[in-house]
Design a protein around this ligand. Structure first.
Ligand code: NOJ
Length: 562
């Protein structure tokens, strides 16, 4: 018996779908993936040299985080030139080689576009600074003159996402807006030349063959007219249930016409090019506005990413995700980790009540074994769901968050702007281990690494897991292979409420659903409670951990052919 009210998803079949509707997209964070030149920072030739790992893993596409010229104040999300490559990462020719090499392996390539702000070293900002207050070139950004009665009061109460005020002063005394670091001034999207410049940037990379763009802070570009006070601190906005557009700097209606314009540009190119919105907003139906048929193709599902280890909550988020996306015809996406949040193998090792995505330094010691078991189960659940899924580099190795980085090596501006109150995101950005016995575990030929790798990464190196039954790497490979064989990512999904066998499925502790594709029906069981007997005649396709005497142990997920 199924519960039709809870039957959420209907996705078109694989054959009729563009690739991105069900794609598994692997995020490469260039500085931490693989370092070819030995300077301790990963680079584009390093990625190219390791592409076979991604082909063998079985993903469809690679999303490469920013590699543009940048002072690296925010690890490249502070762009000084959108149409070149930072020498730290290589050259434009290296980028072209990477795109070609990926395509030769059947992998699509998505790159980051960072339109909300530039680096303060970008010529546009430098030119604005060199001009007098009031000059037209200052209209590219949000400059404001100080209030003569209170020159030290910023123009409004907006907070920087990285801590402190969103306003800083130029040497000539004008204020400028930065929703992130003071080295990341916000562009003024009401100024037509800004719009024209980004059209050219998109075309520049589309001409070089990229298959799509991840749009950074897609919800931030347009601000409420007059830049009124928000009345909310960053923490109040983040922890309240208020819709994000309550803040006058996020999710304002005017952003959507920008994406309609961009969608038109993408449609002018052959192939099915993709735009995915990074929009940390709520509620779900506001996110769905970014994926209407003439805007982005996808948006990241951060509601799912933030879900606690709780069956009821997981079901609710899955249901709400489809309920928001299906009406606009967009595929739902799924994601558990990225370069901005605590790795899910660590998050799930914390008690549910302290599950957070941003570290504040007061977290209890995670239980690593529990975290990894749950992370493997969560990924097993995720990769069966219709829609597109995002993986973050290293999660296929079961990497944990490095919590004990010394303050002297931390680089995230969040750490420095909050005087260490927020630890920041360096812990998920530690360079990957490839070969356990090589310098820097194979990350770099010289043994250099921009963040120190913990000893615990050694046993998680790719060469320690490849071909080893039961390893996290082999689990991911199996999941992706079976996903492909059975057309998962497409099809129809329906929660199952019936007893799975004799045992009553306790909806408090089990998430159970069927996915039906032309290849058959796949039953997915995630057990968060006591061992659950499996049907005797069930064919186990993949399990996230060892089964025990025909039962599914706690914190384990399985795919069954039914
Ligand atoms: C979101 C990116 O993912 C994050 O890393 C960055 O710091 C901010 N946007 C600002 O660009």
């Amino acid at each position: 018996m199924t519960d039709p009210a809870a039957a959420p998803a209907a996705s078109p079949s694989a054959e009729s779908s563009p690739w991105w509707r069900s794609a598994v997209i692997y995020q490469v964070y260039p500085r931490s993936f693989a370092d070819a030149d030995g300077d301790g920072v990963g680079d584009l030739p390093g990625i190219t040299a390791r592409l076979d790992h991604l082909r063998d893993l079985g993903v469809d596409a690679v999303w490469v985080s920013p590699f543009y010229p940048s002072p690296q104040a925010d690890a490249g999300y502070d762009v000084a030139d959108y149409c070149d490559v930072d020498p730290l990462f290589g050259t434009l020719a290296d980028a072209e080689r990477l795109i070609d090499a990926a395509h030769q392996r059947g992998l699509k390539v998505i790159i980051d576009v960072v339109p909300n702000h530039t680096s303060d070293r970008h010529p546009w900002f430098q030119r604005a600074l060199a001009a007098a207050p009031g000059d037209e070139v200052r209209d590219w950004y949000h400059f404001r003159s100080p209030d003569p009665d209170d020159p030290e009061a910023p123009p409004n109460d907006w907070p920087s996402e990285f801590g402190g005020s969103a306003w800083s002063k130029t040497p000539d005394g004008q204020w400028y807006l930065h929703l992130f670091d003071s080295s990341q001034p916000d562009l003024n999207w009401e100024h037509p030349p800004v719009r024209e410049a980004f059209r050219d940037i998109l075309r520049f990379w589309l001409d070089r063959g990229v298959d799509g763009f991840r749009i950074d802070v897609a919800h931030g570009l347009v601000k409420a007219p007059g830049l009124p006070d928000s009345g909310l601190t960053r923490e109040e906005l983040a922890t309240s249930a208020l819709p994000t557009h309550t803040a006058p700097y996020f999710d304002q209606d005017g952003v959507h016409e920008i994406y309609r314009d961009w969608r038109g540009i993408l449609e002018g190119y052959p192939g099915e090019r993709l735009m995915v919105a990074e929009a940390w907003i709520r509620p779900y139906d506001r996110i769905a506005r970014y994926v209407r048929p003439d805007e982005h193709h996808q948006a990241f599902n951060f509601g799912f990413l933030g879900t606690a280890w709780d069956a009821q909550e997981l079901r609710e988020h899955i249901t709400r995700s489809y309920a928001a996306n299906d009406p606009v015809g967009a595929p739902t996406t799924w994601v558990l980790s990225n370069h901005d949040v605590v790795r899910h193998a660590t998050r799930f090792g914390w008690p549910a009540e302290s599950l957070v995505t941003q570290l504040d330094g007061t977290m209890p010691e995670p239980v690593r074994e529990t975290g990894l078991r749950r992370a493997r189960a969560a990924t097993t659940l995720m990769l069966a769901l219709p829609g597109s899924a995002y993986l973050f580099q290293g999660e296929e190795l079961g990497l944990f968050e490095v919590l004990d980085l010394d303050p002297s090596v931390r680089q995230d501006p969040t750490f420095h702007r909050t005087d260490g109150d927020r630890l920041g995101r360096d812990g998920c950005r530690v360079p990957l281990p490839w070969e356990a016995e090589e310098p820097a575990f194979g990350f770099s030929p010289t043994g250099e690494a921009w963040l120190p790798q913990p000893d615990g990464f050694q046993e998680l190196a790719v060469d320690q897991q490849a071909g080893v039954a039961g390893s996290t790497l082999e689990l991911y490979r199996a999941l992706l292979a079976v996903r492909r064989e059975r057309g998962l990512g497409t099809g129809e999904m329906r929660f199952v409420d019936e007893p799975v066998v004799e045992a009553t499925v306790d909806s408090q502790s089990v998430v159970a659903f069927d996915v039906t594709t032309p290849a058959g029906t796949t039953r997915v069981l995630l057990n968060l409670g006591p061992a659950l007997p499996l049907p005797e005649d069930a064919t186990v396709l993949v399990a996230s951990g060892p089964l025990q005497d025909g039962t599914l142990p706690t914190d384990t997920a399985v795919w069954l052919a039914v």
